[in-house]
Design a protein around this ligand. Structure first.
Ligand code: HEM
Length: 535
């Protein structure tokens, strides 16, 4: 076994592995029976019928029938690679240990193996990689203290700040349950009632919504986490991956030209770069602030729809990542790998960001369903270190996690009879004080439009042009009420932003600054879409 004891204790004597006339290349069934004929089913006469007791045929077909597992409900389309993370040992001018006791960051020049999976979000496992969509950037660090997953995206912010909205957000982006097609009317129907998404929408409908490939894009942890040092002091942190290959994005028409010929251009680009030894690299940069609510800021540091301004919170490099090996088998590695935001090591911690708690439940929950209860026993998911638990059994239990050597009868804790023991010499965990009324309310400092407006103004001319055109194209087939609401929200971000989109859709502005919505509705027939009550 990879770790611990194989249930069947296989592999004790090498020379019994081959039966007469058999060698390494001999095809067998999974029962070890050498296969004499792999071309013909067993039949009555040459013409058939086939018979039911043909174990070889039935096993082959039955296994084939089960080749697929459920694809990820989001981020189904992806590609992955192995590599390593190497520390700089510093955060700015200070030793990194002043801020975190996580061993994965300590000292300079220390390497930790990683597996990275890049992805798009919305569509299925074989969908085009040119789609306008956030890109996933998930990194599993196989550290000496166990695994750490940094499950990020290319963009630094997100659409929503409360996990309770996630299934609705995703439903609106996924294909219509009746027509089975993605429909911008459904997207903007949701978005125009989700003002906190304006910042993300401004990125997503600009060229930043279609990275040219996976090597030339950034990554970000998006949610705020904590670092904890050896004194138990905590700091709020954000993680950013900066590509040494530079950043490159595509306009809608550039993406369409690629998509016409290649639906896997990003997978191909990464695979070929690694095969020819042109290993992509990213620098990991941190933003950091004292733990606390920071009332002096006009945003909440736990709000994942906000960027921490770089002039106040500079990017501090702590290490670099190199991807230098393609998977041997996409299914076993890229498909079955399971990342989660709950997978942290000592010295790294959660912030109080409620969205992050929601995510943390969702990942391992979906993986128990998608891959199976024992998904952590698969080689790609298992830590590369000692694993000893009292967890037993379940579907596809491959081996017993390292059992107590003193007494394998004991699968519980505590025990005086020689079972596994707690690691009581480990550092005390960070113990934040939490106080408050239990309630269902949004955060106070929502400030939904300011950073979106700033981003709009910061975009380069060609990016802004593409953004407006993409929003106009997406909004044109929408119900008038949706267009109206979107224009209102975009205007709150930046007046010019709202006006450009309104003009593109065909609305004319009245003297009092309101839009003539009738004019808009004339050229935007809501063809066959569902009616909105009172709309
Ligand atoms: C994948 C849930 C927000 C990044 C997934 C999966 C689920 C999920 C269920 C599929 C996991 C699997 O099958 O293994 C959620 C929920 C969210 C949320 C409930 C909000 C409450 C985010 C955000 C980011 C993100 C904000 C970016 C930081 C990713 C990535 C993957 C993923 C990169 C793919 C990981 C891989 O390659 O296997 N998410 N997600 N998600 N999510 Fe989220």
């Amino acid at each position: 076994g990879i770790h611990g004891t194989n249930v069947n204790g296989a592999g004790d004597s090498e020379d019994k592995r081959f039966t007469e006339g058999e060698d390494e290349q001999t095809l067998t069934t999974r029962q070890g029976h050498p296969i004499r004929d792999n071309q013909n089913s067993r039949t009555i006469g040459n013409r058939g019928p086939a018979t039911l007791e043909n174990y070889q045929l039935i096993e082959k077909l039955a296994h084939f029938d089960r080749e697929r597992i459920p694809e990820r409900v989001v981020h189904a389309r992806g590609t992955g690679a192995h590599g390593y993370f190497e520390t700089y040992g510093k955060l700015g001018d200070e030793p990194v240990e002043n801020y975190t006791r996580a061993k994965v960051f300590s000292g300079a020049g220390k390497q930790t193996p990683v597996f990275v999976r890049f992805s798009t979000v919305t569509h299925g496992k074989d969908s085009p990689e040119t789609m306008r969509d956030p890109r996933g950037f998930a990194v599993k660090f196989y550290t000496e203290d166990g695994n750490w997953d940094l499950v990020g995206n290319n963009l630094k912010i997100f659409f929503i700040r409360d996990a309770i909205k996630f299934p609705d957000l995703i439903h609106s982006f996924k294909p219509d349950p009746v027509t089975n097609r993605q429909d911008t009317e459904r997207i903007f129907d949701f978005i125009c009632q989700t003002p906190e998404s304006m910042h993300m929408i401004t990125f997503l409908f600009s060229p930043w919504g279609i990275p040219a490939n996976y090597r030339q894009m950034q990554g970000s942890g998006v949610n705020t986490y904590k670092w904890v040092n050896k004194n138990g002091d905590a700091f709020l942190v954000k993680y950013h991956w900066e590509p040494k290959q530079g950043i490159k994005n595509l306009t809608q028409s550039e993406a369409e030209a690629i998509q016409a010929k290649n639906i896997s251009h990003a997978t191909q680009d990464l695979y070929e770069a690694i095969e020819k030894g042109d290993y992509p690299e990213w620098e990991l940069c941190m933003q950091i602030m004292e733990d606390g609510e920071h009332p002096e800021l006009d945003f909440d540091p736990l709000d994942d729809t906000k960027i921490w301004p770089e002039d106040q919170f500079p990017f501090l490099p702590v290490g670099k990542m190199v991807l230098n090996k393609n998977p041997n088998n996409v299914f076993a590695e890229t498909e079955q790998i399971s990342f989660g935001t709950g997978v942290l090591v000592d010295g790294l911690d959660f912030s109080d960001d409620k969205m992050l708690q929601g995510r943390t439940f969702s990942y391992s929950d979906t993986q128990r369903h998608r891959v199976g209860a024992n998904y952590l026993q698969l080689p790609i998911n298992a830590p590369k270190k000692h694993v000893a638990t009292n967890q037993r059994d379940g579907q596809m239990a491959y081996h017993v996690d390292e059992a107590p050597t003193q007494n394998p009868h004991v699968n519980y804790e505590p025990s005086l009879l020689g079972g596994l023991k707690e690691a009581t010499d480990r550092p005390k965990p960070h113990q934040p004080k939490v106080e408050g009324h239990l309630k269902k309310e949004k955060i106070e400092r929502t400030n939904d439009f300011k950073q979106a407006g700033e981003r709009y103004r910061l975009l380069e001319e060609w990016e802004r042009k593409d953004l407006i055109q993409n929003l106009v194209d997406g909004l044109k087939p929408c119900h008038q009420q949706i267009q109206q609401r979107m224009i209102e929200l975009l205007t709150k971000c930046d007046e010019d932003y709202g006006r450009q989109v309104a003009a593109g859709i065909g609305f004319t502005m009245n003297d009092d600054g309101t839009y003539d919505m009738e004019a808009g509705s004339e050229i935007t027939p809501s063809f066959g879409h569902f009616p909105i009550e009172g709309g």
